[in-house]
Design a protein around this ligand. Structure first.
Ligand SMILES: Nc1ncnc2c1ncn2[C@@H]1O[C@H](COP(=O)(O)OP(=O)(O)OP(=O)(O)O)[C@@H](O)[C@H]1O
Ligand SMILES: [Mg+2]
Length: 201
């Protein structure tokens, strides 16, 4: 579903990744682990196409739908979005209104992530964990082939983390490919394979 070959990346000439290989097939999960600053977020940005590799290539079949949950998204707190609107955005596609299935998917994921009672709150009025659950909902409500999740549960309490893990398992069993960056050994153990990046170059 998604393959990275011999990826290399530099920020302003400073090397961050070198010779990274990764493959994630349909219905499987790969965890990306390694210490702070080793390049996990950078790798996810390369896989998502947000950044362009300096060396190597990212390949996936034409038309592959990718959903990225970034680690940091400070800019969206300035937008006047409610929780419900933020989740709904996950189902937006060009030239089509949201239909019954879209609305049902939004309602379901909001219930599963305990967001229904927060539906009309603005993002900036949420706790860190509530905000993170909203963004996870937006990422998982998408009908993606590949989900790229950057430390999805780092800010979550144990019950919320368990709910998210249940949802990830369901998406994978339904055929999705998933790449999850994590510092949590338990979370990484959910994956069929673990890519560990070395300490910062
Ligand atoms: N926009 C940027 N400009 C310059 N250097 C950057 C930029 N973003 C990240 N870096 C550097 O690139 C390296 C990799 O950063 P990255 O965020 O990918 O690490 P990470 O493994 O995700 O770390 P963490 O576990 O803290 O999330 C770090 O040394 C970081 O300082
Ligand atoms: Mg990171």
């Amino acid at each position: 579903m998604l393959t990275a070959e011999q990826l290399g990346f530099r920020y302003a000439g400073v090397p961050v990744l070198r010779g990274v290989d990764l493959h994630v097939g349909a219905a499987s999960m790969v965890a990306v682990t390694g210490p702070n600053g080793c390049g996990k977020s950078t790798l996810l940005h390369l896989l998502a196409g947000v950044e362009t590799p300096a060396e190597g290539a990212v390949r996936h079949p034409a038309g592959t739908r990718l959903s990225l949950l970034p680690q940091r998204t400070p800019d969206i707190d300035g937008l006047p979005l409610t929780v419900a609107e933020c989740v709904r955005i996950g189902r937006f596609t060009p030239r089509r209104r949201l239909g019954r299935h879209d609305r049902a998917a939004v309602t379901e994921i909001m219930e599963r992530l305990d967001l229904a009672h927060l539906a009309r709150r603005r993002l900036r009025e949420l706790s860190g964990g509530q905000r993170q659950r909203t963004l996870i909902a937006q990422a998982l409500v998408q009908q993606a082939d590949v989900y790229l999740l950057d430390e999805p549960t780092a800010a979550l309490d144990a019950a919320s983390r368990a709910r998210v893990h249940e949802l990830l398992g369901e998406r994978v069993r339904a055929g999705a490919a998933m790449v999850v960056a994590s510092h949590d050994a338990g979370e990484a153990a959910l994956a069929g394979a673990i890519v560990t990046l070395a300490s910062p170059l």
